[in-house]
Design a protein around this ligand. Structure first.
Ligand code: FAD
Length: 343
């Protein structure tokens, strides 16, 4: 049995674990580590502290399948539709950019993190949250990995799927494994930054807006608003409604280093101007996405970069493709190819 560590319980890590398990069930022991308290990464679904059924997607909102990706990733779409993880988006989203004819949008009734949770469950991997990788050292034919708290452990293979700046922050032997040109490629990658606000309401509150989601144009702060429960087609009276707000990238950049509470106040003030009749929420969650979506991905390494072949240390994620469902599937497939030939 080879011991494989996948760092990152986001879509790339979750799907990579699932593919590995399906093809090599009896040859690998898979552990997935994530520094967060739950699965999803940037496909994050947050719960109201006072009503566990009231949820909001703070990161990815819906999955957009162009005709090309519907075809080449057909099996992934079919499987998620068959298990009820995906449902076609029925409502119109106001202000959405026109898409190529034949493009389909999917929503996730249980939130976008349900995609990742599905793959992690399928993988049978041991998933450990609150495990932040800090150092990676080569020890003969193994990797010794250190985390923020706890004892070092050894693995035969390590797969890194976090945003690239977080890979570059790792200490130990990683720095010396990178050639000058590889380091440059990784350093050249850029991400947008933005804030997301989740507003949770008590059951029975009505949010009266004529859309389920809307792109706001010409506002320096707010780019997107959705009544998240309606977007996901939830109809139960027991769930309070929820609203998600995304800021513009320029607002995200401008306020990146400010205290989150202060930024939350600014967004709420602006939201009041855009939607004056919006009721007071019961609770609010403000999320800073320092690494939101990739604006420039790694050149010439589509899907993955192998830092060392033996023992295998490989990195992937949307930084090696593009920031959406298909970008992560593409990267997970490339990671899987490398793992398969190495194991
Ligand atoms: C606001 C927003 C809106 C978006 N909208 C859409 C959309 O509508 N449709 C769409 O398809 N995509 C959308 N995306 C993009 C999509 O969410 C991402 O492309 C995708 O989730 C990336 O998945 P990943 O697994 O590659 O990385 P991530 O989801 O970032 O997963 C990496 C994981 O690594 C963990 N990690 C980081 N460092 C460490 C460490 N040292 N140790 C342990 N764990 C660590 C993180 O906690 C994280 O869980 C959006 C993203 C954002 C932020």
């Amino acid at each position: 049995m080879s011991r494989v560590l996948i760092v990152g319980a986001g879509l790339t890590g979750g799907l990579c674990a699932c593919l590995l398990r399906r093809e090599m069930a009896h040859r690998v022991h898979i552990e997935v580590w994530d520094k967060a308290r739950g699965a999803g990464g940037r496909m994050s679904t947050s719960r109201s502290p006072s009503n566990l059924f009231c949820t909001v997607d703070l990161g990815a909102q819906y999955i957009t399948a162009t005709p090309y990706y519907s075809r080449i990733h057909k099996s992934f779409y079919q499987e998620l539709l068959m298990h009820g993880i995906f449902k076609p988006l029925e409502a119109t989203v106001e202000g959405m950019s026109p898409m190529e004819q034949g493009t389909i949008h999917y929503i996730t009734p249980s939130g976008t993190s349900s995609i990742v949770k599905y793959y992690l469950k399928e993988s049978g991997a041991e998933v450990l949250f609150g495990h932040q990788l800090t150092h990676v050292y080569r020890r003969g034919q193994c990797w010794e990995v250190h985390r923020k708290e706890g004892l070092p452990e050894q693995f035969d293979v390590v797969v890194l799927t976090m945003p690239i700046p977080q890979i570059l922050q790792l200490q130990g032997d990683i720095g010396s494994l990178l050639s000058e040109s590889e380091r440059q490629k990784l350093e050249d990658v850029s991400y947008s930054s933005r804030y997301a606000l989740g507003l949770f309401y008590k059951a029975g509150v009505q949010i009266s807006v004529p859309w389920v989601a809307k792109y706001v144009s010409n506002n320096p702060c707010i780019r997107y608003i959705a009544t998240d429960d309606k977007k996901r087609n939830l109809v139960s009276e027991e769930f309070g409604p929820s609203v998600v707000v995304h800021t513009t990238f320029s607002f995200g950049m401008e306020h990146l280093e400010e205290a989150t509470e202060k930024v939350q106040t600014i967004i709420l003030q602006e939201l009041h101007n855009v939607l004056p009749g919006l009721p007071e929420p019961e609770t609010i969650k403000c999320q800073k996405w320092r690494y939101s979506q990739v604006t420039r991905s790694v050149t010439d390494c589509p899907g993955q970069m192998t830092l060392l072949a033996k023992p295998l240390l490989v990195c992937g994620g949307d930084g090696f493709t593009h920031s959406n469902f298909d970008g992560c599937v593409e990267s997970a497939l490339k990671l899987f190819e490398v793992l398969k030939s190495s194991l």
